[in-house]
Design a binder for this molecule. Sequence first.
Ligand code: ASP
Ligand code: MG
Length: 406
Amino acid sequence: MNIVVQKYGGSSIGSTEKIKKVADKIIRTKKAGKDVVVIVSAMGKNTDELVNLAKSISGKPDPREMDVLLTTGEQVSISLLSMALIEKGYKAISFTGSQLNIQTTSSHQKARIMDIDVTKVTEALKEGKIVVVAGFQGVTEDNDFTTLGRGGSDTSAVALAAKLEGTCEIYTDVDGIYAMDPRRLKNAKKIPRISYDEMMEMASNGAGVMHYRAVELAHKYDIPLYVASTFSDEPGTIIDNGGGKTMEEAVVTGMASSLEDIQITVLNLPSPTKSLYRLFGQLGEKGINVDMISQMLTEDNLMHVSFTAPKDDLWLVEKVLREWQQQDPTIQWEINEDIAKISAVGLGMRSHAGVAAKVFELMSDNNIEVKMVTTSEIRITWVVVREKEQQVIDLIGHHFGLEMSL
Ligand code: ASP
Ligand code: MG
């Protein structure tokens, strides 16, 4: 079989008019001789609306019931899209996650896919049907509904493509992956081809287009992803193992910025190493995703340690610190919410030294304080005060050639 899995996001199917247009696009692929499996998200902002409904009933909605609620969004869109395809004279059938037995772990709202039984899909394809599957959802061993975390239908699409040994196309409201979000860097370049590694670094550091787990999964099964616009025929971006010449040319392929983190500085910790172990041990136990860490010894051999964590986890961090403070009242901390985390990413950093030096030079020349730094083999991330964010984006974008040459 010659299977293509196409995923359409919420904004692509935000109205019945758009659903009909998406149906036309799917039909074009079908006519070109492919077996088409479609994954859809919920219509428009439907998932947000469902979340708000739940919140208006409970501050802490029951997790199982939350997933019963959230899975309805995709059930609406798969049925309407199938109807549209049938209306246009094609054979189509929709399936929910539970109908396909998309087996997941049981952690509600952040379940992970274990396996998919694709028998029903391949049978329907053999009958010439277009198969429409609900993204973002699965089912536990006990038949409870689960969801994969916000934005999870990209992951559903990749998982299905892996299982069906098909190719995977992600259609969305942007026409590919840009070196930087064009709303932030005017004239940002579109990247024709980017490696999984670079895309994962960008996705986990604030680039919104692709879901991190989807890229990770594609990498694992070596499924090339094509990201393009739903409603234009502009060529999009290929995410794959790379190797293309275009990627070696640039040292920095792209950048990302995140305002979703806070910086916490814990002051005057005694016995530095033991304190580090204890602090990060407890944060880890609470599932807090600590990102950047830096420490400083005082003259009295006490330690100040700073780290960043997702803003949403602030209350958990403070819980850990307050517990500690009860035993040791000398412990104090400061919270800084006023930060931006900027990342520059590029495979070329493997073979070109000096990217960090250049970044620091640019910051220094412009009197921008670098508050924290981390690097990986292909990424450098640094924290600046939030009001400098745009200036940093422009400086980096300009210096490393992330803008279109006009
Ligand atoms: N509808 C879900 C969400 O809004 C899943 C997705 O869009 O991928 O998060
Ligand atoms: Mg999405």
